[in-house]
Ligand binder design. Structure first.
Ligand code: IFM
Length: 461
Protein backbone atom coordinates (compact mmCIF):
# COMPACT_ATOMS: atom_id res chain seq x y z
CA UNK A 1 0.00 0.00 0.00
CA UNK A 2 1.06 3.56 -0.56
CA UNK A 3 3.15 5.27 2.15
CA UNK A 4 1.22 7.96 4.00
CA UNK A 5 1.96 11.46 2.73
CA UNK A 6 4.09 13.45 5.17
CA UNK A 7 1.29 15.93 5.79
CA UNK A 8 -0.82 13.10 7.16
CA UNK A 9 1.63 12.61 10.02
CA UNK A 10 0.50 15.85 11.57
CA UNK A 11 -3.10 15.78 10.39
CA UNK A 12 -5.84 15.03 12.88
CA UNK A 13 -8.07 12.09 12.06
CA UNK A 14 -10.49 12.61 14.91
CA UNK A 15 -14.09 11.79 14.07
CA UNK A 16 -17.06 13.54 15.71
CA UNK A 17 -18.20 12.38 19.14
CA UNK A 18 -21.53 11.14 17.77
CA UNK A 19 -19.93 9.19 14.91
CA UNK A 20 -21.40 5.72 14.43
CA UNK A 21 -18.82 2.93 14.66
CA UNK A 22 -20.16 -0.43 13.66
CA UNK A 23 -19.60 -3.81 12.15
CA UNK A 24 -21.79 -5.44 9.51
CA UNK A 25 -23.02 -8.91 8.53
CA UNK A 26 -25.96 -10.42 6.65
CA UNK A 27 -28.42 -13.14 7.56
CA UNK A 28 -27.58 -15.96 5.15
CA UNK A 29 -23.85 -15.36 5.53
CA UNK A 30 -23.72 -15.91 9.29
CA UNK A 31 -26.91 -17.25 10.83
CA UNK A 32 -26.96 -20.93 9.84
CA UNK A 33 -30.08 -22.99 10.65
CA UNK A 34 -31.81 -21.34 7.65
CA UNK A 35 -34.97 -23.43 7.92
CA UNK A 36 -35.20 -23.61 11.72
CA UNK A 37 -38.31 -22.67 13.68
CA UNK A 38 -40.67 -22.71 10.73
CA UNK A 39 -38.62 -20.59 8.30
CA UNK A 40 -39.15 -21.07 4.57
CA UNK A 41 -36.32 -21.78 2.15
CA UNK A 42 -34.62 -18.93 0.32
CA UNK A 43 -33.15 -18.74 -3.17
CA UNK A 44 -29.71 -19.00 -1.57
CA UNK A 45 -30.69 -22.26 0.07
CA UNK A 46 -31.76 -23.62 -3.30
CA UNK A 47 -28.79 -22.16 -5.20
CA UNK A 48 -26.16 -23.38 -2.74
CA UNK A 49 -27.73 -26.83 -2.56
CA UNK A 50 -27.55 -27.17 -6.34
CA UNK A 51 -24.20 -28.83 -7.13
CA UNK A 52 -21.71 -26.75 -9.08
CA UNK A 53 -22.91 -23.31 -8.00
CA UNK A 54 -20.57 -22.59 -5.09
CA UNK A 55 -17.00 -23.26 -4.04
CA UNK A 56 -16.83 -26.93 -2.96
CA UNK A 57 -20.65 -26.87 -3.02
CA UNK A 58 -20.58 -25.07 0.32
CA UNK A 59 -23.87 -23.81 1.77
CA UNK A 60 -25.03 -21.49 4.54
CA UNK A 61 -26.59 -24.37 6.50
CA UNK A 62 -24.26 -23.83 9.46
CA UNK A 63 -22.27 -20.70 8.56
CA UNK A 64 -21.24 -19.02 11.86
CA UNK A 65 -24.12 -20.58 13.78
CA UNK A 66 -25.02 -17.05 14.77
CA UNK A 67 -28.70 -18.01 14.99
CA UNK A 68 -27.78 -19.82 18.21
CA UNK A 69 -24.65 -17.90 19.23
CA UNK A 70 -25.88 -14.34 18.70
CA UNK A 71 -25.38 -13.39 22.36
CA UNK A 72 -21.70 -14.39 22.21
CA UNK A 73 -21.29 -12.41 19.00
CA UNK A 74 -22.87 -9.34 20.53
CA UNK A 75 -20.51 -9.71 23.49
CA UNK A 76 -17.63 -9.55 20.99
CA UNK A 77 -19.06 -6.37 19.44
CA UNK A 78 -19.20 -4.88 22.93
CA UNK A 79 -15.60 -5.91 23.55
CA UNK A 80 -14.59 -4.08 20.37
CA UNK A 81 -16.36 -0.97 21.64
CA UNK A 82 -18.66 -0.75 18.60
CA UNK A 83 -21.77 1.36 19.12
CA UNK A 84 -23.74 0.01 16.14
CA UNK A 85 -24.38 -3.23 14.29
CA UNK A 86 -25.73 -3.65 10.78
CA UNK A 87 -27.47 -6.94 10.08
CA UNK A 88 -30.14 -8.17 7.70
CA UNK A 89 -33.40 -9.98 8.22
CA UNK A 90 -34.11 -13.22 6.39
CA UNK A 91 -37.45 -12.54 4.71
CA UNK A 92 -38.28 -16.28 4.68
CA UNK A 93 -37.95 -16.50 8.47
CA UNK A 94 -40.75 -13.94 8.73
CA UNK A 95 -42.91 -15.06 5.80
CA UNK A 96 -42.02 -18.69 5.02
CA UNK A 97 -43.99 -18.40 1.78
CA UNK A 98 -42.88 -14.83 1.12
CA UNK A 99 -46.41 -13.49 1.67
CA UNK A 100 -49.40 -14.56 3.76
CA UNK A 101 -48.93 -16.11 7.19
CA UNK A 102 -46.33 -14.58 9.48
CA UNK A 103 -43.95 -16.91 11.34
CA UNK A 104 -43.87 -15.47 14.84
CA UNK A 105 -40.77 -17.44 15.79
CA UNK A 106 -38.87 -15.64 13.04
CA UNK A 107 -39.90 -12.25 14.38
CA UNK A 108 -39.02 -13.36 17.90
CA UNK A 109 -35.45 -14.18 16.87
CA UNK A 110 -34.81 -10.68 15.51
CA UNK A 111 -36.62 -9.12 18.45
CA UNK A 112 -34.32 -10.96 20.87
CA UNK A 113 -31.32 -9.91 18.79
CA UNK A 114 -32.35 -6.26 18.92
CA UNK A 115 -32.97 -6.40 22.67
CA UNK A 116 -29.58 -7.96 23.30
CA UNK A 117 -27.88 -5.27 21.20
CA UNK A 118 -29.65 -2.48 23.06
CA UNK A 119 -28.76 -4.07 26.39
CA UNK A 120 -25.11 -3.70 25.35
CA UNK A 121 -25.53 -0.13 24.11
CA UNK A 122 -25.23 -1.12 20.44
CA UNK A 123 -27.58 0.50 17.91
CA UNK A 124 -29.27 -1.93 15.53
CA UNK A 125 -29.16 -1.00 11.83
CA UNK A 126 -31.54 -3.26 9.93
CA UNK A 127 -31.34 -4.19 6.25
CA UNK A 128 -34.56 -5.72 4.96
CA UNK A 129 -33.15 -7.43 1.90
CA UNK A 130 -29.65 -8.84 1.58
CA UNK A 131 -30.17 -11.27 -1.32
CA UNK A 132 -32.08 -14.15 0.33
CA UNK A 133 -35.45 -13.98 -1.40
CA UNK A 134 -37.99 -16.57 -0.23
CA UNK A 135 -37.87 -19.45 -2.70
CA UNK A 136 -41.69 -19.41 -2.87
CA UNK A 137 -41.55 -15.89 -4.32
CA UNK A 138 -38.91 -16.86 -6.83
CA UNK A 139 -41.32 -19.55 -7.97
CA UNK A 140 -43.77 -16.71 -8.70
CA UNK A 141 -41.23 -14.81 -10.78
CA UNK A 142 -39.20 -13.23 -8.00
CA UNK A 143 -37.74 -9.84 -8.92
CA UNK A 144 -39.15 -10.17 -12.42
CA UNK A 145 -42.75 -10.00 -11.18
CA UNK A 146 -44.04 -6.45 -10.71
CA UNK A 147 -46.13 -7.64 -7.73
CA UNK A 148 -42.94 -8.01 -5.75
CA UNK A 149 -43.09 -4.34 -4.80
CA UNK A 150 -46.24 -5.06 -2.78
CA UNK A 151 -44.90 -8.31 -1.36
CA UNK A 152 -41.77 -6.50 -0.23
CA UNK A 153 -43.68 -3.56 1.24
CA UNK A 154 -45.94 -5.89 3.26
CA UNK A 155 -42.90 -7.66 4.65
CA UNK A 156 -41.21 -4.31 5.36
CA UNK A 157 -44.24 -2.95 7.23
CA UNK A 158 -44.42 -6.15 9.29
CA UNK A 159 -40.85 -5.52 10.40
CA UNK A 160 -41.38 -1.77 10.95
CA UNK A 161 -44.29 -2.67 13.24
CA UNK A 162 -42.39 -5.43 15.03
CA UNK A 163 -39.07 -3.62 15.65
CA UNK A 164 -39.77 0.04 14.96
CA UNK A 165 -40.05 0.87 18.64
CA UNK A 166 -36.36 -0.07 19.02
CA UNK A 167 -34.67 0.25 15.62
CA UNK A 168 -33.61 3.68 14.38
CA UNK A 169 -31.82 2.88 11.12
CA UNK A 170 -33.45 0.95 8.29
CA UNK A 171 -32.16 0.08 4.83
CA UNK A 172 -34.55 -1.29 2.25
CA UNK A 173 -32.06 -3.10 0.02
CA UNK A 174 -28.45 -4.10 0.09
CA UNK A 175 -26.60 -3.66 -3.23
CA UNK A 176 -29.39 -3.91 -5.79
CA UNK A 177 -26.71 -3.85 -8.51
CA UNK A 178 -25.36 -7.20 -7.30
CA UNK A 179 -28.86 -8.69 -7.15
CA UNK A 180 -29.56 -7.75 -10.75
CA UNK A 181 -26.08 -8.25 -12.23
CA UNK A 182 -25.09 -11.43 -10.37
CA UNK A 183 -28.56 -12.93 -10.14
CA UNK A 184 -29.99 -12.09 -13.56
CA UNK A 185 -27.18 -11.12 -15.95
CA UNK A 186 -24.06 -13.14 -15.18
CA UNK A 187 -25.90 -15.79 -13.18
CA UNK A 188 -23.07 -16.34 -10.70
CA UNK A 189 -25.39 -15.60 -7.77
CA UNK A 190 -28.90 -16.79 -6.89
CA UNK A 191 -31.25 -17.25 -8.61
CA UNK A 192 -28.59 -17.89 -11.28
CA UNK A 193 -30.25 -16.49 -14.41
CA UNK A 194 -28.22 -15.15 -17.28
CA UNK A 195 -30.50 -13.04 -19.43
CA UNK A 196 -29.90 -9.57 -20.86
CA UNK A 197 -33.61 -8.81 -20.94
CA UNK A 198 -34.22 -9.80 -17.32
CA UNK A 199 -31.48 -7.73 -15.67
CA UNK A 200 -33.06 -4.28 -16.21
CA UNK A 201 -36.47 -5.59 -15.15
CA UNK A 202 -35.06 -7.03 -11.92
CA UNK A 203 -33.21 -3.77 -11.24
CA UNK A 204 -36.34 -1.72 -11.84
CA UNK A 205 -38.50 -3.90 -9.60
CA UNK A 206 -35.89 -3.69 -6.86
CA UNK A 207 -36.05 0.09 -7.08
CA UNK A 208 -39.87 0.09 -7.16
CA UNK A 209 -39.90 -2.15 -4.09
CA UNK A 210 -37.55 0.25 -2.34
CA UNK A 211 -39.86 3.16 -3.25
CA UNK A 212 -43.04 1.50 -1.98
CA UNK A 213 -41.35 0.43 1.26
CA UNK A 214 -40.07 3.96 1.93
CA UNK A 215 -43.50 5.40 1.17
CA UNK A 216 -45.17 2.99 3.56
CA UNK A 217 -42.51 3.53 6.24
CA UNK A 218 -43.57 7.18 6.52
CA UNK A 219 -47.03 6.23 7.78
CA UNK A 220 -45.86 3.69 10.38
CA UNK A 221 -44.96 4.37 14.00
CA UNK A 222 -41.39 3.29 13.17
CA UNK A 223 -40.94 6.54 11.25
CA UNK A 224 -41.31 8.58 14.44
CA UNK A 225 -38.13 7.13 15.82
CA UNK A 226 -36.32 5.85 12.78
CA UNK A 227 -34.70 6.82 9.50
CA UNK A 228 -34.76 4.94 6.24
CA UNK A 229 -32.41 4.71 3.28
CA UNK A 230 -30.96 2.33 0.73
CA UNK A 231 -27.52 0.72 0.56
CA UNK A 232 -25.63 0.59 -2.73
CA UNK A 233 -22.19 -0.71 -3.63
CA UNK A 234 -20.25 1.92 -5.51
CA UNK A 235 -17.12 1.37 -7.54
CA UNK A 236 -15.63 4.47 -9.14
CA UNK A 237 -14.54 3.81 -12.71
CA UNK A 238 -11.31 5.26 -14.09
CA UNK A 239 -10.36 5.39 -17.78
CA UNK A 240 -7.26 3.53 -18.91
CA UNK A 241 -6.47 6.43 -21.28
CA UNK A 242 -7.90 9.73 -22.48
CA UNK A 243 -9.06 8.27 -25.77
CA UNK A 244 -12.70 9.05 -26.61
CA UNK A 245 -13.41 5.28 -26.73
CA UNK A 246 -12.04 4.70 -23.23
CA UNK A 247 -13.83 7.75 -21.83
CA UNK A 248 -17.11 6.54 -23.32
CA UNK A 249 -16.46 3.04 -21.95
CA UNK A 250 -15.97 4.44 -18.46
CA UNK A 251 -19.17 6.47 -18.76
CA UNK A 252 -21.09 3.27 -19.55
CA UNK A 253 -19.44 1.30 -16.73
CA UNK A 254 -20.21 4.07 -14.26
CA UNK A 255 -23.82 4.41 -15.44
CA UNK A 256 -24.39 0.67 -15.18
CA UNK A 257 -22.93 0.11 -11.75
CA UNK A 258 -23.29 3.41 -9.93
CA UNK A 259 -25.77 5.82 -11.50
CA UNK A 260 -28.34 3.16 -12.53
CA UNK A 261 -29.46 3.04 -8.90
CA UNK A 262 -28.66 6.47 -7.52
CA UNK A 263 -30.05 8.60 -10.36
CA UNK A 264 -33.57 7.10 -10.09
CA UNK A 265 -33.57 7.35 -6.27
CA UNK A 266 -32.29 10.93 -6.09
CA UNK A 267 -33.16 12.40 -9.50
CA UNK A 268 -36.12 10.31 -10.65
CA UNK A 269 -34.54 9.21 -13.95
CA UNK A 270 -32.19 6.59 -15.35
CA UNK A 271 -28.85 7.57 -16.87
CA UNK A 272 -29.10 8.03 -20.62
CA UNK A 273 -26.35 5.43 -21.14
CA UNK A 274 -28.73 2.62 -20.07
CA UNK A 275 -30.34 2.50 -23.50
CA UNK A 276 -26.92 2.48 -25.15
CA UNK A 277 -25.85 -0.44 -22.91
CA UNK A 278 -28.94 -2.63 -23.11
CA UNK A 279 -30.21 -1.71 -26.58
CA UNK A 280 -33.54 -3.39 -27.32
CA UNK A 281 -33.44 -5.06 -23.87
CA UNK A 282 -33.92 -1.67 -22.19
CA UNK A 283 -37.65 -1.11 -21.51
CA UNK A 284 -39.48 2.22 -21.35
CA UNK A 285 -40.51 2.95 -17.77
CA UNK A 286 -43.58 4.95 -16.79
CA UNK A 287 -43.42 8.35 -15.09
CA UNK A 288 -45.45 6.89 -12.24
CA UNK A 289 -42.79 4.28 -11.57
CA UNK A 290 -40.05 6.90 -11.60
CA UNK A 291 -42.01 9.11 -9.20
CA UNK A 292 -42.47 6.15 -6.87
CA UNK A 293 -38.76 5.35 -6.87
CA UNK A 294 -37.79 8.94 -6.11
CA UNK A 295 -39.02 8.90 -2.50
CA UNK A 296 -37.07 11.23 -0.23
CA UNK A 297 -34.70 9.12 1.85
CA UNK A 298 -32.99 10.01 5.12
CA UNK A 299 -29.52 8.71 4.31
CA UNK A 300 -27.52 6.77 1.78
CA UNK A 301 -25.63 3.60 2.70
CA UNK A 302 -22.42 3.14 0.71
CA UNK A 303 -20.51 -0.11 0.43
CA UNK A 304 -17.03 0.56 -0.87
CA UNK A 305 -14.30 -1.97 -1.56
CA UNK A 306 -12.37 -1.00 -4.69
CA UNK A 307 -12.23 0.98 -7.92
CA UNK A 308 -11.90 -0.30 -11.50
CA UNK A 309 -9.79 0.97 -14.36
CA UNK A 310 -11.59 0.23 -17.62
CA UNK A 311 -10.93 0.45 -21.31
CA UNK A 312 -13.01 0.02 -24.42
CA UNK A 313 -13.41 -3.53 -25.65
CA UNK A 314 -15.89 -4.18 -28.48
CA UNK A 315 -16.50 -7.85 -27.63
CA UNK A 316 -17.32 -7.54 -23.93
CA UNK A 317 -21.07 -7.13 -23.98
CA UNK A 318 -23.21 -5.44 -22.94
CA UNK A 319 -20.87 -2.74 -21.59
CA UNK A 320 -18.12 -3.01 -24.20
CA UNK A 321 -15.51 -2.38 -21.51
CA UNK A 322 -12.61 -4.38 -20.17
CA UNK A 323 -11.06 -4.24 -16.73
CA UNK A 324 -7.38 -3.19 -16.82
CA UNK A 325 -5.47 -4.75 -13.88
CA UNK A 326 -3.20 -2.48 -11.83
CA UNK A 327 -0.36 -4.77 -10.69
CA UNK A 328 1.48 -1.88 -8.98
CA UNK A 329 -1.11 -1.98 -6.17
CA UNK A 330 -1.93 -4.60 -3.58
CA UNK A 331 -4.93 -6.77 -4.42
CA UNK A 332 -7.12 -8.64 -1.96
CA UNK A 333 -8.00 -12.34 -2.09
CA UNK A 334 -11.07 -11.45 -4.15
CA UNK A 335 -8.66 -9.75 -6.56
CA UNK A 336 -9.88 -6.27 -5.71
CA UNK A 337 -7.35 -3.48 -6.04
CA UNK A 338 -6.68 -1.63 -2.79
CA UNK A 339 -7.30 1.98 -3.69
CA UNK A 340 -8.47 4.19 -0.81
CA UNK A 341 -8.36 7.45 -2.80
CA UNK A 342 -11.45 6.31 -4.68
CA UNK A 343 -13.39 6.15 -1.42
CA UNK A 344 -12.76 9.85 -0.84
CA UNK A 345 -13.62 10.53 -4.43
CA UNK A 346 -16.91 8.62 -4.41
CA UNK A 347 -18.11 10.22 -1.17
CA UNK A 348 -17.42 13.68 -2.58
CA UNK A 349 -19.05 12.74 -5.89
CA UNK A 350 -22.26 11.73 -4.05
CA UNK A 351 -22.12 14.94 -2.05
CA UNK A 352 -21.89 17.06 -5.14
CA UNK A 353 -24.20 15.16 -7.49
CA UNK A 354 -27.02 14.32 -5.08
CA UNK A 355 -27.16 17.35 -2.79
CA UNK A 356 -25.11 16.32 0.23
CA UNK A 357 -27.18 13.45 1.65
CA UNK A 358 -26.18 12.04 5.04
CA UNK A 359 -23.98 9.03 4.29
CA UNK A 360 -23.04 5.91 6.22
CA UNK A 361 -20.24 3.71 4.93
CA UNK A 362 -22.24 0.54 5.49
CA UNK A 363 -19.50 -1.86 4.34
CA UNK A 364 -15.76 -1.60 3.86
CA UNK A 365 -13.22 -4.33 4.36
CA UNK A 366 -11.05 -6.92 2.70
CA UNK A 367 -10.56 -10.65 2.26
CA UNK A 368 -6.95 -11.58 2.83
CA UNK A 369 -5.54 -15.02 3.47
CA UNK A 370 -5.88 -16.01 7.12
CA UNK A 371 -5.22 -19.58 8.23
CA UNK A 372 -8.26 -21.75 9.00
CA UNK A 373 -7.00 -22.26 12.57
CA UNK A 374 -5.39 -19.77 14.90
CA UNK A 375 -1.64 -19.90 15.57
CA UNK A 376 -0.84 -19.74 19.31
CA UNK A 377 -4.38 -18.51 19.81
CA UNK A 378 -3.81 -15.44 17.63
CA UNK A 379 -4.56 -14.26 14.10
CA UNK A 380 -2.21 -11.60 12.78
CA UNK A 381 -3.60 -9.92 9.66
CA UNK A 382 -1.39 -6.90 8.97
CA UNK A 383 -2.71 -6.37 5.43
CA UNK A 384 -6.25 -6.02 6.74
CA UNK A 385 -5.07 -3.65 9.49
CA UNK A 386 -3.49 -1.48 6.83
CA UNK A 387 -6.60 -1.69 4.65
CA UNK A 388 -8.73 -0.30 7.48
CA UNK A 389 -6.17 2.37 8.33
CA UNK A 390 -5.94 3.81 4.84
CA UNK A 391 -9.67 3.61 4.15
CA UNK A 392 -10.64 5.23 7.42
CA UNK A 393 -8.20 8.02 6.63
CA UNK A 394 -9.78 8.35 3.18
CA UNK A 395 -13.25 8.51 4.75
CA UNK A 396 -12.05 11.19 7.14
CA UNK A 397 -10.65 13.22 4.28
CA UNK A 398 -14.01 13.14 2.48
CA UNK A 399 -15.70 14.34 5.66
CA UNK A 400 -13.18 17.14 6.02
CA UNK A 401 -13.85 18.19 2.44
CA UNK A 402 -17.61 18.38 2.94
CA UNK A 403 -19.22 14.92 2.80
CA UNK A 404 -21.89 14.48 5.48
CA UNK A 405 -20.48 11.19 6.72
CA UNK A 406 -22.25 9.90 9.81
CA UNK A 407 -20.83 6.44 10.38
CA UNK A 408 -18.67 3.51 9.32
CA UNK A 409 -19.34 -0.23 9.47
CA UNK A 410 -16.47 -2.66 9.02
CA UNK A 411 -17.26 -5.63 6.80
CA UNK A 412 -17.35 -7.98 8.42
CA UNK A 413 -17.69 -8.75 12.10
CA UNK A 414 -17.03 -12.45 11.40
CA UNK A 415 -15.41 -14.57 8.74
CA UNK A 416 -18.48 -15.88 6.99
CA UNK A 417 -20.13 -17.43 3.95
CA UNK A 418 -18.95 -15.41 0.97
CA UNK A 419 -21.74 -16.53 -1.38
CA UNK A 420 -20.45 -18.41 -4.44
CA UNK A 421 -16.96 -18.40 -2.86
CA UNK A 422 -18.27 -20.44 0.07
CA UNK A 423 -15.99 -20.15 3.09
CA UNK A 424 -12.84 -19.64 1.01
CA UNK A 425 -12.67 -15.85 1.47
CA UNK A 426 -12.31 -14.45 4.95
CA UNK A 427 -13.48 -10.87 5.48
CA UNK A 428 -13.84 -10.97 9.27
CA UNK A 429 -12.15 -8.82 11.85
CA UNK A 430 -12.99 -11.80 14.04
CA UNK A 431 -11.66 -15.18 12.93
CA UNK A 432 -14.05 -18.11 12.87
CA UNK A 433 -12.68 -21.62 13.05
CA UNK A 434 -15.45 -23.33 11.11
CA UNK A 435 -14.63 -26.75 12.55
CA UNK A 436 -15.19 -25.62 16.16
CA UNK A 437 -17.05 -22.28 15.78
CA UNK A 438 -14.33 -20.76 17.98
CA UNK A 439 -14.16 -16.96 17.55
CA UNK A 440 -10.83 -15.10 17.88
CA UNK A 441 -10.47 -11.36 17.49
CA UNK A 442 -7.83 -10.75 14.79
CA UNK A 443 -5.24 -8.00 15.03
CA UNK A 444 -7.48 -6.01 12.63
CA UNK A 445 -10.31 -6.31 15.16
CA UNK A 446 -8.01 -5.04 17.91
CA UNK A 447 -6.89 -2.22 15.64
CA UNK A 448 -10.48 -1.25 14.82
CA UNK A 449 -11.23 -1.26 18.56
CA UNK A 450 -8.37 1.17 19.12
CA UNK A 451 -9.63 3.41 16.31
CA UNK A 452 -13.05 3.47 17.96
CA UNK A 453 -11.62 4.08 21.43
CA UNK A 454 -9.50 6.99 20.18
CA UNK A 455 -12.33 8.32 17.92
CA UNK A 456 -9.95 8.00 15.00
CA UNK A 457 -6.99 9.81 16.57
CA UNK A 458 -4.85 6.68 16.30
CA UNK A 459 -5.14 6.83 12.50
CA UNK A 460 -2.51 9.58 12.52
CA UNK A 461 0.13 7.02 13.49
O1 IFM B 1 -19.96 -10.43 1.48
C1 IFM B 1 -20.37 -9.39 0.65
C2 IFM B 1 -21.66 -8.79 1.16
O2 IFM B 1 -22.67 -9.73 1.25
C3 IFM B 1 -22.11 -7.69 0.24
N1 IFM B 1 -21.07 -6.74 -0.01
C4 IFM B 1 -19.78 -7.24 -0.39
C5 IFM B 1 -19.33 -8.30 0.60
C6 IFM B 1 -17.95 -8.84 0.20
O3 IFM B 1 -18.00 -9.41 -1.06
Amino acid sequence: MRPAPDAAMTESFRFPDDFVWGTATSAYQIEGSPTADGAGRSIWHRFSHTPGNTWLNETGDVACDHYRRYKDDIAIMAELGANAYRFSIAWARIFPQGTGAVNKKGIDFYSRLVDELLKRGIKPNVTLYHWDLPEALDDRGGWLNRDIADWFADYAVTMFDALGDRVEIWSTLNEPWVVSDGGYLSGVLAPGHSNLFEAPIAAHNLLRSHGVAVERFRSTKAARKGKIGITVNLEPKYPASDSPEDLAAVRRADAYMNRQYLDPVFLGRYPEEMQEIFGEAWPTWSDDDMRLIKQPIDFLGVNYYTRRVERYHPDHLPLRTKHVPQPQHIHTETNWEVYPEALTRVLLWITERYGKPPIYITENGAAFYDPPHTIDGRVEDPLRVEYFRVHLRAAHEAMRKGADLRGYYAWSLLDNYEWAHGYSKRFGIVHVDFSTQQRTIKSSGRYYASVIASKGAILAK
